[in-house]
Design a binder for this molecule. Structure first.
Ligand code: GCU
Length: 397
């Protein structure tokens, strides 16, 4: 409820801010105004120009990852004592025989503590094996990803994804960290209690990314899944986590963000909609404590979100916005893609074929970058999924 109220109030303010921005500094010099202020992904911390993909991968990418770790998402610990994959149940006749349903439990132990991630996975009955898969980080109700298919939702349109020959998987964020400021510590953070004491320690968004990586560990063991063709996606707060997953873990071939906004795809220095202070005030359990330093000083942020997109290069990335979602700053989301292009270019990859944000409901894509702005509200819908699948098909997914 509070979110909705805030969203309404802020909508008015963000429309005003948007107009101001367009009339004020946007116009002709809009790009220049943003570029001037934005950190340059192709200048290293010590001031050297990065001009080839090798030095990007060897030197610069790591620097930027550390900036995001230290100032925004916190660390994502890589070590644990053991991991075990359990096939809890299997139904070869799911969706009237069109798919196989597997329910998997992933048990991860560290320091005698256990966390279990429950994965729901549908694999098309008729498909090229091993099969590419879309993995949704679900932060909404579990009914959106109902394995019995009694309930169906555009948020996770399993039937439609199966019909196009893709597998579809999901896990719920609360298995790794509840989306709650008081109880988020009771999941995977029990395995890594030292993180809670660090100003750049993992919190909920980092924990969700950690969870997605463990699902990838599972995919690598499932012979029916093509682990080199895994797309990770999330909506809004889940989209922030999906971007952080794809930015770090090079095993993900495609990273998709739906309406992820501030703390996700949107440029922080594009001052529309939600602010860093809003995030830290309303969701103190999402980002590391260091992020609070930028509450009133966005220009001190040593990185910006075009560099989060750039961390995914040369792998594929897709960003989607919605016209009524000014809180998530659709223009800022689009500009992140544009300002990430020089990094994709180091790999010989083409920029998006447009300079300005495209019209609503019009997909734009180059080989490894895709974008659309859907008409309508802050949501993840079948329309969005269809565009993601169109894009994946182009990647020979
Ligand atoms: C709130 C929050 C956003 C977030 C969104 C969501 O509106 O301010 O940052 O993306 O919830 O997860 O739906």
């Amino acid at each position: 409820k509070i979110d909705v109220m805030k969203r309404k109030n802020y909508k008015i303010w963000s429309i005003a801010a948007l107009l101001f921005f367009y009339i004020g500094s946007y116009g002709q010099s809009n790009d220049a105004a943003v570029i001037m202020a934005l950190p340059d992904p192709l200048i290293s911390n010590s001031g050297e120009k990065i001009s080839d993909s090798n030095s990007w991968m060897k030197n610069r990418r790591g620097e930027i990852l550390t900036l995001f770790e230290d100032n925004l998402y916190g660390q994502v610990p890589k070590d644990f004592d053991s991991i075990r994959f359990r096939l809890k149940s299997e139904d070869k006749m799911a969706m009237s025989g069109k798919a196989k349903l597997k329910e998997i439990g992933i048990d991860v132990y560290r320091n005698k503590q256990l966390v279990t991630i429950n994965v729901t996975l549908f694999i098309p009955a008729k498909a090229k094996m091993p099969c590419p898969v879309f993995l949704l980080i679900n932060h909404r109700g579990r009914n959106n990803t109902d394995p019995t298919r009694a309930e169906k939702s555009g948020f996770w349109p399993a039937e439609e994804v199966i019909a196009r020959g893709y597998a579809i998987a999901t896990f719920h964020v609360s298995d790794v960290a509840a989306d709650n400021k008081d109880s988020y510590t009771q999941g995977v953070l029990r395995l890594y209690p030292e993180q809670l004491k660090m100003p750049n320690g993992m919190k909920a968004i980092g924990a969700w990314a950690w969870g997605a990586m463990r699902v990838m560990d599972y995919f690598e063991t499932d012979k029916e899944i093509n682990a080199s063709k895994v797309a990770v996606l999330g909506h809004s707060r889940g989209g922030k986590a999906a971007l952080w997953t794809g930015a770090q873990d090079e095993r993900f071939a495609l990273t998709i963000s739906s309406c992820s906004g501030e703390g996700g795809a949107a440029l922080s220095r594009h001052l529309v909609g939600e602010t860093i202070k809003d995030l830290n005030t309303n969701f103190p359990h999402w980002f590391c404590d260091n992020y609070k330093q930028f509450n009133s000083n966005v220009n001190a942020l040593p990185m910006d979100h075009h560099e989060l997109i750039a961390l995914i290069a040369p792998r594929a990335v897709y960003v989607a916005s919605a016209t009524e979602d000014q809180w998530a700053d659709p223009v800022g989301e689009f500009l992140s893609m544009k300002y990430a292009e020089p990094v994709f270019n180091l790999f010989g990859l083409k920029p998006l074929p447009v300079k300005e944000q495209p019209a609503k409901n019009t997909q734009v894509k180059s080989s490894n970058m895709g974008y659309h702005i859907r008409e309508g509200a802050h949501n993840l819908t079948l329309y969005d999924w269809e565009r993601y699948m169109d894009f994946a098909a182009n990647l020979s997914f």
